[in-house]
Design a protein around this ligand. Structure first.
Ligand SMILES: [Zn+2]
Length: 313
């Protein structure tokens, strides 16, 4: 299978390649992985490979079927998306798929249905889908994308094979984001990587909406305030973190990265490695508190107090 331009995820690629080349591609496949990790991109590539009529590695990228797939105009690839709302993928959408399934493919040997964000399917929708999956016509392939297969009914899961996608390596993520966000500086790309753990979609979104830049600036302001003799400097600098939890998460993750680097002397910080270790703990605890949905004001206040203590004030 041809994965040109798709980064990382070598185990998933190997599995998909084997299934395709050995002619045993399942009729229902779940692609699971967190939002932004490339599930839709993979699903579209698989669909293209399944309808490609060219020789060699599929999709060949040159045959008529490939050209139609690439512009979204292949009649035998159907993309169904319930939208971003939880429970937005209702039974009516699945019923329309069920009606369409009975119609044979137009041009290819197969008909591929990409059911995107399947975790937003209602229970009723999933039960309707189950009816199709129990006796699918031989020419159909269903590709479901979802954050976790566990979000789907066990009965649906049992009819599907599951392939997991994850974030990619630092070098791949930075390379991919540099292409998607040509304006981003190398430092911003590194920050985005640390922030989103190699999830290319989230990295690019975060760079595009300026979140990385805002977090980066705040991170610098907090470090300056930390060494300020005034007791209130750090609290004042951290005020924007109380209102914006995403920004707070980004700043804490960035601070943590800086402190970890500082502990081994790899970062030019006005802190000793021991001070960095204490501050790193404070940032880690703040991230854990946000995961527990702790009170945001309390979390930020505690972060400041713990960092001040670690700094020796
Ligand atoms: Zn082709």
């Amino acid at each position: 299978m041809n994965f040109t331009g798709l980064y990382g995820n070598e185990p998933a690629k190997q599995t998909l390649h084997d299934l395709l080349s050995e002619g045993r591609f399942p009729q229902a496949l779940i692609l699971q992985g967190e939002s932004g990790c490339g599930k839709s991109t993979f699903a579209r590539r698989i669909a293209q490979a399944l309808v490609c009529t060219g020789g060699g590695a599929r999709p060949c990228g040159h045959c008529t079927a490939c050209r139609k797939s690439m512009t979204g105009g292949h009649p035998d690839i159907l993309f169904v998306d319930g939208g971003p709302k939880p429970r937005g993928f209702g039974v009516d959408l699945v019923r329309s798929v069920r009606a369409d399934v009975r119609i044979r493919p137009n041009e290819a040997d197969r008909k591929v249905y990409i059911l995107a964000q399947a975790h937003h399917m209602t229970e009723q929708a999933q039960n309707a889908l189950l009816k199709i999956l129990e006796e699918p016509p031989a020419y159909t392939v269903f590709l479901l994308t979802c954050e976790s297969a566990q979000q789907l009914l066990a009965t649906v899961r049992s009819r599907c094979m599951t392939v997991t996608l994850s974030g990619v390596s630092r070098s791949d993520a930075v390379r991919a984001c540099a292409l998607l966000c040509p304006e981003a500086t190398p430092e911003q790309l590194e920050d985005a990587y640390r922030l989103w753990n190699g999830n290319i979609g989230r990295m690019a979104a975060s760079l595009a909406d300026g979140e990385v830049t805002r977090a980066h600036m705040l991170c610098g302001e907090l470090l300056t305030a930390l060494t300020d003799p005034s007791e209130t400097a750090l609290l004042t600098a951290s005020a924007p973190l109380i209102k914006d939890k995403n920004l707070c998460r980004a700043v804490c993750a960035m601070l943590r990265g800086r402190f970890i680097a500082g502990m081994s002397g790899r970062q030019d910080l006005p802190l000793t490695p021991a001070q960095c270790a204490g501050c790193c703990d404070a940032a880690t605890q703040a991230l854990a508190a946000m995961d527990r949905y702790a009170n945001q004001t309390l979390t930020v206040t505690l972060l400041c107090a713990s960092m001040r203590r670690a700094f020796g004030k």
